[in-house]
Design a protein around this ligand. Structure first.
Ligand code: ADP
Ligand code: MG
Length: 604
């Protein structure tokens, strides 16, 4: 029964039934309103993906609605002879207009994305305002687009023998598109590509270190959001039968962003709720306010602005977020997972004793500060090497260079015998180097299972289209099964479904270890893995690391807890002020005068 309740088919059937009921109950005026909500929902859904999930704020979505709308209008109204060469074939065909809109959007969004997605911080939203403005003027001044007067007399939409000329028929077309878009978005988010997009929230450094191509993850979110907006634009053109530049400016872009924020910017239902609330509220205020103030004017804009500030203060997660807190947790349990058939491919492991990772006379300067000075070390398959030293000794700096997050000023790092100079953290991850971070980097709003599955990213192949169409289920089941297996190895097997943010700090570290293991690494770099763990948890971790070592893993760990390190490591390298002061077995290190001096000296 629960399985049936959670199945997408049931969801679609319920949505269609609700739409049918509404269409029977609503007046023609209300149907028009419902259509406007549907059109806005499509664009806002794209913003949920782009801004809420991927963390990129865009004020420019209305420009893509314009691209879709003008494509439809031009193809529908301009005679073949007056169209640019190449396009005359499409003249008069609504689907031709849609095709043109989608292709134009992909081209425009790819160019804009290539330029703006590399911007960081506030520059990205500013960039979207810039192209939002320039598109507005482009639409308004292009002769083919009828200047600021726009294109009127768009004929009614004829599609597959049906005519969509009134609110009632367009209602089904528009809301059909919304249901499809919701489904495709939900599928995408619940997949390997979706996790890559969601992992952008954990910082690019983390995502790249897990083998995720962060630029292409951003680009995917950007393109999907733009395409949703373009489809909305195409539908808009046939709903209004008139297209002009005004509704595609930055003001409209800001409206879409408000809808997303009010509805709940990181939840799919938030798009529809936000669009609904804003469209209805605006209509209502336009009616009521002039009576209230006794004269006409754009009062709704002012009241609206105030309402938005209040709503955002009261529910920063939007209305959908507030509703989610009201619904009992059990309803939100992830649906029954498909059983994994077969296993993910394993990596070829180096032979025991083979050197996997080497630092050769590494020096790293930050301005005048020498964080690492001629440090050399190597770690072999089936060996645990501990790197210890007082705070600020340069351990994390060395780690970053070993994992290609940072580059040495001089000296070189070799991984599997190859110089890593010029390689990215992402390509090292794909080739079997996995790491955890001293400052834990998890996606707090994502489940423990999904966080660990991000680590298995490089072991999957399915892309965006496959996940949108749910053709990725067999591989997805294997990826999740692998993540679940690694989580049970670190002792979190019964916490798979809970949000990572609600675990204790020590357990965050364990999730990071499981995430690293899910990549099937041959070398594991652990930055202070035992910090914050309780005694029993430390012992369990030590057992796990010994077992990994027995399986042939090369392990390099930075750790403060001396008892933990002494009982576990085969060899220890001690650095202080960036220099190696001792190296040897735990017994040798324990009695080494320089080490005792460094540690006791540091304690004074
Ligand atoms: P550890 O991990 O051993 O505690 P770190 O490697 O984090 O030490 O730091 C070593 C030294 O390098 C410290 O003095 C730190 O302030 C400095 N350092 C680390 N990263 C940077 C950076 N990006 N820019 C400037 N100084 C840095
Ligand atoms: Mg450190």
């Amino acid at each position: 029964m629960r399985r049936l309740l959670a199945s997408p088919v049931t969801g679609i059937a319920a949505a269609v039934a609700a739409l049918g009921l509404m269409s029977a109950l609503l007046t023609p005026y209300q149907l028009t309103l419902a259509n406007n909500i549907g059109l806005a929902s499509l664009t806002v859904l794209g913003l949920v993906l782009l801004t809420g999930v991927a963390g990129m704020t865009s004020f420019g979505q209305a420009a893509f609605v314009g691209v879709g709308a003008y494509s439809a209008a031009v193809i529908a109204t301009v005679p073949a002879a007056n169209l640019p060469p190449g396009l005359s074939l499409l003249a008069g065909s609504p689907l031709g207009g849609l095709l043109l809109g989608l292709v134009a959007t992909v081209i425009v969004a790819s160019v804009l994305g290539a330029v703006t997605l590399r911007l960081s911080g506030h520059y990205l939203p500013l960039g979207t305002i810039a192209w939002g403005l320039s598109f507005y003027y482009l639409f308004g001044t292009t002769e083919l687009f009828g200047g600021f007067g726009g294109i009127s007399d768009i004929p009614a939409l004829h599609l597959a023998g049906l005519t969509f000329s009134d609110a009632a028929s367009l209602y089904w077309l528009i809301w059909g598109a919304v249901i499809l878009a919701v489904l495709v978005t939900a599928n995408l988010l619940d997949s390997r590509s979706g996790r890559a997009i969601r992992s952008l929230r954990g910082g690019q450094l983390m995502a790249e270190s897990m083998g995720v191509n962060t630029f292409s993850a951003k680009m995917t979110a950007f393109l999907v959001a733009a395409l949703f907006a373009a489809v909305a634009g195409w539908l808009y053109a046939y709903t209004q039968r008139f297209v002009a530049a005004a509704p595609f400016g930055t003001q409209a872009g800001i409206d879409f962003l408000f809808m997303a924020l009010i509805g709940g910017v990181n939840r799919v239902p938030g798009a529809i709720i936000g669009a609904g609330v804003v469209v209805v509220l605006r209509e209502w205020l336009q009616d009521v306010l002039p009576h209230l103030f006794g004269r006409t004017g754009n009062f709704e804009t002012i009241v609206f602005g105030l309402a938005i500030v209040v709503i955002l203060q009261k529910t920063p997660t939007g209305i959908a977020g507030a509703l989610a807190r009201l619904v009992p947790k059990r309803l939100w349990r992830p649906q029954a997972r498909r059983r994994a058939v077969g296993e993910l491919p394993r990596r070829y492991m180096p032979l025991p004793g083979e050197v996997v990772l080497e630092a050769d006379s590494i020096t790293r300067r930050f301005g005048g500060l020498v964080a690492n000075n001629e440090v050399s070390l190597s770690v072999a398959s089936g060996e645990i090497l501990a790197l210890i030293g007082p705070n600020g000794a340069g351990k994390s700096t060395l780690f970053n260079q070993l994992s290609a997050v940072d580059r040495p000023t001089s000296g070189e790092v070799r991984f599997l015998g190859r110089r890593i100079h010029g390689l990215t953290a992402r390509s090292l991850a794909a080739n079997g180097l996995a790491r955890t971070f001293q400052h834990v980097r998890l996606i707090r709003g994502m489940s423990v299972l999904e966080n660990a599955a991000v680590g298995a990213h490089t072991r999957g192949r399915n892309g965006v289209l496959a996940s949108m169409l749910r053709l990725d289920r067999a591989e997805e089941a294997r990826l999740l099964a692998e993540a679940a297996h690694q989580l049970s190895r670190v002792g979190l097997g019964d916490q798979l479904a809970i949000k990572a943010g609600s675990l204790a700090l020590g357990q965050h570290r364990l999730v990071e270890i499981a995430r690293a293991l899910a990549s099937d690494p041959c070398v594991l770099l652990l930055d202070e893995p035992a910090a914050g763990l309780r005694f029993q948890e430390k012992q369990a971790l030590a057992r796990l690391l010994r077992q990994l070592k027995a399986e042939g893993m090369a392990i390099l760990l930075v750790e403060h807890d001396m008892d933990f390190v002494m009982g576990l490591a085969d060899r220890i390298v001690v650095i202080d002020f960036g220099e190696t002061i001792a190296a040897g077995t735990p017994e040798e290190i324990r009695v080494n005068p320089a080490v005792i001096e460094a540690y006791l000296g540091g304690a004074e």
